[in-house]
Design a protein around this ligand. Structure first.
Ligand SMILES: Cc1cc2nc3c(=O)[nH]c(=O)nc-3n(C[C@H](O)[C@H](O)[C@H](O)COP(=O)(O)OP(=O)(O)OC[C@H]3O[C@@H](n4cnc5c(N)ncnc54)[C@H](O)[C@@H]3O)c2cc1C
Length: 298
């Protein structure tokens, strides 16, 4: 038996993913503090229970059959500022951190405005967005100073940013069974108004170019970037924009987004992913790799 307070059973996962898709998890635990998060992971490991640490659910597709094991929803949300640095627990939403930093005239995080993510998720993904002049990509790994993690043996360690081997859509978290418990970012002093303007510009840009979650649940870009060629442009080139299976549709606004138009199943999304991969490879020779992680039984 899992020894965690307020453990819930047979919990539908759809509301915990930005896709609004997914069957039931056998067990579901909300960790409200860093200590609870660590305890839950230790408990699952000790009892050899399969577990999944869930942040904002913005880069996962839960399967229709759900998850046989324990989903640990990370809501550890402590934030501490010290001079020009901020240390945040891994369940802090990046949107909250951006707001808190802006209110203290601290810059560096505003480039990621409008992206749904917890701090833990940002390090998994090496969160990225375009620079203000839109000529380069800015990565969150570049402003990471250090992070507290729990390793495979349950040891808590402080590691620096090099530990993560950050790359595009990649960090070491993809290859090792590590838990991020908190992260410290280096920020820079900047006028609050300038930070606010940057946030607004980024939100406007996103609103113009990408389907918005309140109308079109999605996981953001489905496929990884291919250097020099946008995955979205390849999908558009093979004529798949707007193509629909069940409730899942290749967005008219941004072809690298598959949106849930209402009632989509994970199977609808996976079928679209397969059709896109096959058609793009046959017609252009490019192999598209999904960025989104499929979680649960297929
Ligand atoms: C509308 C939309 C727009 C997006 N735009 C962008 C964008 O511009 N740039 C970009 O980079 N991404 C973008 N994304 C993708 C997504 O926001 C990121 O991948 C984000 O970092 C996911 O964070 P999360 O907290 O939701 O992680 P989840 O989706 O909950 O989890 C993702 C993975 O991280 C692991 N994980 C989460 N927390 C921890 C932790 N504490 N320790 C160890 N592992 C952990 C999970 O186990 C899982 O494997 C977008 C997504 C959406 C829906």
């Amino acid at each position: 038996m899992i020894n965690l307070p307020n453990l819930r059973f047979n919990v539908v996962l759809a509301p915990y993913s930005t896709y609004q898709i997914g069957g039931k998890a056998d067990c579901f635990f909300v960790a409200s503090t860093k200590e609870e998060l660590i305890k839950a992971v230790r408990e699952a490991r000790e009892k050899s229970i399969r577990y999944f640490v869930l942040g904002a659910g913005a880069n996962v597709l839960f399967s229709d059959k759900g998850y046989r094991g324990l989903v640990i929803k990370n809501e550890a949300r402590g934030i501490q500022f010290y001079n020009d640095r901020v240390t945040a627990e891994s369940g802090v939403m990046i949107s909250n951190l951006i707001e808190e930093a802006k209110n203290r005239n601290l810059s560096g995080l505003e480039h990621f405005a409008g992206i749904p993510s917890t701090v833990g998720g940002t390090l998994w993904q090496n969160l990225h967005f375009l620079s203000p002049d839109r000529t380069e990509t800015i990565f969150i790994g570049d402003i990471l100073k250090s992070s507290e993690i729990m390793d495979e043996n349950g040891n808590i360690q402080n590691v620096n940013k090099d530990f993560f081997n950050f790359n595009y859509d990649y960090s070491i978290l993809h290859d090792r069974n590590l838990l991020v418990t908190e992260a410290t970012f280096n920020l820079a002093r900047r006028d609050k108004e300038l930070i606010k303007n940057q946030i607004e510009e980024n939100l406007k840009w996103r609103n113009e170019k990408q389907p918005q979650l309140d109308q079109f649940p999605s996981c953001g870009s489905v496929f990884k970037k291919i250097n020099g060629i946008g995955a979205g442009r390849l999908i558009e080139r093979v004529g798949l924009k707007g193509y629909t299976i069940g409730g899942a549709k290749i967005s008219e606004k941004h072809a690298n987004y598959i949106v849930n138009t209402g009632g989509a199943t994970a199977q609808d999304v996976l079928s679209l992913i397969k059709i896109i991969q096959d058609k793009v490879e046959t017609e252009t020779g490019h192999k598209l790799q999904p960025e989104v992680g499929v979680v649960g039984e297929i």
